[in-house]
Design a binder for this molecule. Structure first.
Ligand SMILES: NC(=O)c1ccc[n+]([C@@H]2O[C@H](COP(=O)([O-])OP(=O)(O)OC[C@H]3O[C@@H](n4cnc5c(N)ncnc54)[C@H](OP(=O)(O)O)[C@@H]3O)[C@@H](O)[C@H]2O)c1
Length: 321
């Protein structure tokens, strides 16, 4: 599974939608899990994959809201899961594994941005906990369902990774909190997670979806969004932004494209492999070297195993097993 960061010429691009990239794909009989698959980009990915015939399992922090959002989309299933709570993730995974089903695709999409300084669980910074550690725990528990040669894991990262490498000396921001740096660190972690998971035998990719107005921005005051050029004063999205269906396309492409059959661990953008970043402009994107570094990816895996007490890939099980 080669890691390469050069365009493959997928025939799709920034304007392609999740539906476009699935044209001609029959997903019947495929089991897909999408965290947060009931809001924003996740909802569009769920919609497109279910329309193509997949059965989509949507673990949800708010199952009632999820069921309402997915009503009318056949082939979807809502289960309770809170990525901030390892016990809830384990309970979800145990119930899922008891059904004997396998997973063809897992899209780690759920995430938070611009949280106030919050520690969850045993003292984990909230972005790192929800965006990265929650998905680390989920994939570790679901390992038996992912051990098929064609299974893929897609980790929804962001060009927000430009903002911060992993803060090895202070990952939980106990010495000065900044919500953008915290988001940035967690998105670098999403990319590194794919790099290392791929070396452990589960084909994995990270993606930057683009810039899209969704409930993700709910904690950013309207005036600040205008000042940052994200929206106009009448609430319309700025040039260079995608629609949610376009924003879901790269994750769906990474999960399904036959072009990626001999690749893994790579970072994708606009329905293709991303090029190395040549600028700090997050709208242009690309991938920074620290988000692909195999040594950092292995170190983050070790840190995640230490923090969670779990690494099923090396036989380390939860302490009370
Ligand atoms: N939108 C963009 O411009 C953009 C750009 C780059 C990357 N991304 C990434 O794309 C992904 C999806 O974002 P989005 O824009 O679609 O945002 P969104 O509409 O806010 O969706 C995020 C989803 O994550 C779920 N979630 C939050 N906390 C959770 C928890 N503790 N446990 C389980 N689920 C939880 C949310 O559930 P609730 O609704 O119940 O809270 C929601 O379903 C995120 O990883 C984000 O970082 C987005």
């Amino acid at each position: 599974m080669a890691i390469a960061q050069h365009k493959l010429g997928s025939g799709f691009g920034a304007h392609s939608t999740a539906g476009d990239v699935l044209t001609g794909h029959d997903m019947s009989g495929k089991n897909v899990l999408i965290t947060g698959g009931y809001s924003g980009l996740g909802l569009e990915a769920t919609r497109a994959l279910a329309r193509a015939g997949a059965h989509v399992i949507v673990p949800a922090r708010r199952p009632g809201v999820a069921s309402e959002a997915l009503a009318g989309i056949p082939g979807t299933e809502v289960r309770e899961l809170d990525l901030a709570d390892p016990g809830s993730i384990r309970a979800f995974a145990e119930t899922f594994l008891e059904t004997g089903r396998t997973l063809d695709i897992l899209i780690g999409n759920a995430g938070v941005m611009a949280y106030p300084d919050t520690l969850v669980g045993p003292g984990w910074e909230a972005h790192l906990a929800i965006n990265h550690l929650g998905h680390y725990v989920l994939v570790n528990h679901l390992r038996p369902a992912l051990l098929m040669p064609d299974a893929r894991v897609v980790s929804v990262a962001s060009s927000g990774h430009f903002l911060s490498d992993i803060r090895w000396d202070d990952p939980h921001f106990r010495h000065g909190y900044d919500h953008w740096l915290a988001y940035g660190q967690s998105k670098t972690a999403n990319a590194l997670f794919a790099v290392h998971l791929n070396t452990l035998g589960v084909r994995a990719f990270a993606v930057h979806p683009g810039s899209i107005l969704t409930p993700l921005q709910r904690r950013i005051p309207h005036a600040q969004q205008i000042a940052q050029g994200w929206i106009s004063s009448d609430g319309q999205h700025a040039d260079g932004f995608k629609t949610p269906a376009q924003g879901a396309a790269t994750a769906v492409w990474a999960a399904t494209s036959p072009l990626l059959d001999s690749y893994g661990g790579a970072y994708c953008q606009d329905c293709d492999l991303a090029e190395p970043a040549t600028t700090d402009d997050m709208l242009i994107g690309g991938v920074k070297p620290w988000a692909l570094d195999p040594g950092s990816a292995a170190r983050l895996w070790t840190l995640s195993a230490e923090l969670t007490g779990l690494d099923t890939f090396s036989g380390r099980l939860p302490v009370d097993s």
